[in-house]
Ligand binder design. Structure first.
Ligand code: BGC
Length: 369
């Protein structure tokens, strides 16, 4: 019984809500329809009231139904409202079982005179919460299975790269960005094929050479890198965002940021560069985090204000957990909005992972776990 009353009450509320659904809905219908709906509500309300009076359920009728909307126009004479036909015997006897809510809807009063209910007080809907920003964190990896283990535990890792032009079978549903690494034939031989495949798969960015300022890495002069960049990267302008060669954080003459400046000079404005890629290695803890963040600002300046991706960085001593907390907070802050992406070195055991499936303490901080 109580349940049934509740259902009826809900039905009545729903009916009121429908009537009050807003100006758009109401305006689509002729006024006559509105009057019908309103009258329907009134009848149901009275029926519920009768039942409560019988003491069968002390629950008061739902408020929205009782509060018949204030009608600015003269209400129809009470007499004219077709009362729910009282069961003949009704008088003294207990009210009929509400069952057949059959309380068939009373026919619409002829004298549609009743004005439609006033529009609901238009309380403006609260603005939707802003969408959560997409995480900038990515996976620098060699073994795709480790990335998959990490990605299965967090949604903070949104992209990946492996210093190669092919993902190596990465299954994780995150963006993969191919890297040319070097113009040497073993890297550039199938570059176009791989770059095209990545773009076709939805990749919107391409990474150029890796640490050309380091002899054991791509090992290129700024002029050679400028020529190589024009040859292999410029052609993708407009189809993907293109990085400058990824520089080390070496402070030695001609390396790091200085190499990047020399590269731009050698390009003479002819290299397609949409963002810069940079690396950093140094001490951990709060001090290391400050050094790191300052360095990234300097990269931004050297990159002529273009966005920055930090594609390798790591604390090599001190408190790595604290370093990770500080740098992730910094890179995600408004002050570092120019940093579009960053990946710690790297997703492997001994760094972000402590086993093939488990994250290290600072791996968890990086993964937001
Ligand atoms: C090298 C990559 C290598 C990566 C992880 C980078 O410094 O350039 O070739 O895959 O380290 O070992």
């Amino acid at each position: 019984m109580h349940a049934k009353l509740s259902i009826l009450a809900l039905a009545a509320v729903a009916s009121v809500q429908e009537v009050c659904a807003g100006p758009v809905h109401r305006h689509k219908h002729p006024q006559k329809d509105v009057v019908y709906q309103y009258a329907d509500v009134v009848v149901v309300t009275e029926w519920v009231t009768h039942t409560v009076t019988a003491g069968l359920d002390p629950t008061p009728p739902p408020a929205p139904v009782v509060e018949a909307p204030a009608d600015p126009s003269p209400p129809p004479p009470v007499s004219s409202a077709p009362p729910a036909p009282p069961p003949a015997e009704s008088s003294a006897a207990p009210p009929p079982p509400p069952a057949e809510s059959s309380a068939a809807p009373a026919p619409p009063p002829a004298e549609s005179s009743a004005a439609p209910p006033p529009p609901p007080a238009e309380s403006p809907a609260p603005p939707p919460p802003p969408p959560a920003p997409v995480s900038k964190r990515g996976a620098a990896y060699n073994d795709p299975r480790l990335v998959e283990a990490m990605v299965s535990q967090t949604d903070k890792i949104t992209w990946a790269y492996n210093w190669g032009s092919d993902s190596g079978g990465l299954q994780a549903k995150i963006a993969f960005y191919p890297m040319l690494w070097s113009p040497a034939p073993d890297h550039s031989g199938n570059w176009d094929e791989k770059a095209e495949a990545a773009i076709a798969a939805g990749s919107n960015s391409l990474l150029s050479f890796n640490e050309p300022d380091i002899p054991s890495q791509a090992n290129m002069s700024p002029l050679d890198a400028a020529n190589g960049h024009k040859q292999y990267m410029n052609k993708y302008a407009g189809r993907a965002k293109i990085s400058a060669p990824a520089i080390s954080s070496s402070q030695s003459p001609g390396m790091g940021i200085e190499w990047l400046k020399n590269f731009f000079d050698a390009c003479g404005g002819q290299c397609q560069v949409d963002f810069c890629a940079a690396h950093w290695y140094g001490p951990g803890g709060d001090d290391g985090a400050s050094l790191f963040l300052d360095h990234i600002k300097n990269v931004h300046d050297a990159c002529q204000g273009k966005p920055v991706w930090v594609t390798e960085f790591a604390a090599e001593s001190g408190d790595v957990d604290q370093f990770m907390r500080r740098v992730t907070e910094g890179l995600d802050s408004d002050e570092f909005s120019f940093v579009e992406k960053y990946s710690y070195f790297m997703v492997n055991q001994g760094s972000l992972m402590s086993s093939p499936t488990q994250l290290s303490s600072f791996g968890k901080i990086f993964a937001g776990i």
